[in-house]
Write a protein that binds this ligand. Structure first.
Ligand SMILES: Nc1ncnc2c1ncn2[C@@H]1O[C@H](COP(=O)(O)OP(=O)(O)O)[C@@H](O)[C@H]1O
Ligand SMILES: [Mg+2]
Length: 277
């Protein structure tokens, strides 16, 4: 049966859009007929409990995963069915800071940042490269660290270098997957401020997956919550804060649901609790 895919999504005039997107892994339906359009120059934050499909969703935006159903559009062009070769070209418009944000440990900070540039542009002019690296590192407050190895940097510094690498190709869109996870509150706030600064100074469109509601409220123009494969709320931060759905309030306030609480209270510590993970 053909699913109803009628939506108000204007794929031809949006910077980035998904339409009727579903994704299953075997029997596991992770995304269920999701349609969204992302506005240029805005920061959209995606929230939802662990395993609800946030990473899977943003991987579809750059063709790292292919939909089971539905489509993805970049500047009006359908991209989910492009060849890997064509997708690589599309991806140069995106910066991504993925979970782990892994820098190449065997390369210096400088070499890490020129890596994506060399992959796509093969610039031979070393002065020009040095200038680009300096500009990018200055943006994240890390100029002077060019010669360091990742192992010599703190967690927060590594994230900032990874962010400098993400903006190496001057992308229009940056995808951040849990950029503040593992950082203390102050270092998390440095990342929040950098996300805001990039949006304001370069008019970058940001899509940020996070668990961190403090960060979400600070940076978001719009917050989307995923639950059971669907979008349960989509609105401005104030609308989310005051939303009436219990599932939304439980998530943003970090509260366990009544049902899960009962399970914990009634069970002897052990198997029952393990089921809640
Ligand atoms: N490559 C994959 N193969 C099979 N299952 C996957 C794959 N990637 C993600 N999943 C499943 O999709 C669901 C959503 O995962 P994910 O998007 O990583 O969640 P999160 O919201 O925590 O980012 C999980 O059940 C996960 O096990
Ligand atoms: Mg994830």
């Amino acid at each position: 049966m053909q699913k109803d895919k009628d939506t108000n999504i204007d794929t031809s005039n949006s910077l980035l859009a998904i339409k009727g997107l579903s994704k299953s892994f075997g029997d596991n339906l992770v995304l269920d007929n999701i349609s969204l359009a992302f506005e240029k120059g805005k920061t959209t934050v995606i929230i939802g409990q662990s395993g609800c499909g946030k990473t899977v969703l943003i991987k579809h935006l750059i063709g790292l995963l292919r939909p089971s159903d539905g489509s993805v559009y970049f500047k009006g062009e359908r991209i989910d069915d492009l060849s890997e070769h064509k997708l690589q070209k599309i991806r140069t418009n995106f910066g991504f800071l993925f979970q782990g944000g892994a820098l190449f440990d065997s390369l210096s900070v400088y070499e890490n940042i020129i890596f994506p540039i060399q992959q796509h542009h093969k610039i031979k002019n070393y002065e020009k490269l040095e200038e680009i690296v300096k500009t990018k590192l200055t943006m994240v407050g890390m100029d002077g660290y060019q010669g360091y190895n990742p192992a010599e940097l703190s967690g927060g510094q590594k994230k900032r270098v990874a962010l400098a690498r993400a903006i190496a190709l001057s992308p229009e869109i940056i995808l951040y997957d849990e950029p503040t996870t593992g950082l203390d509150p102050i270092r998390s706030d440095v990342i929040n401020e950098l996300i805001l600064k990039l949006q304001k100074t370069l008019n970058i469109t940001s899509i940020v997956v996070t668990h961190d509601m403090k960060s979400a409220y600070k940076i978001a123009d719009r917050i989307i919550m995923l639950h059971n494969g669907r979008v349960v709320v989509d609105g401005r931060p104030e609308e989310i804060k005051n939303h009436s759905y219990p599932v939304v309030q439980q998530f943003i306030n970090g509260q366990i649901s009544e049902k899960d609480l009962k399970t914990i209270q009634l069970s002897s510590i052990g198997e029952e609790v393990a089921k809640l993970q």
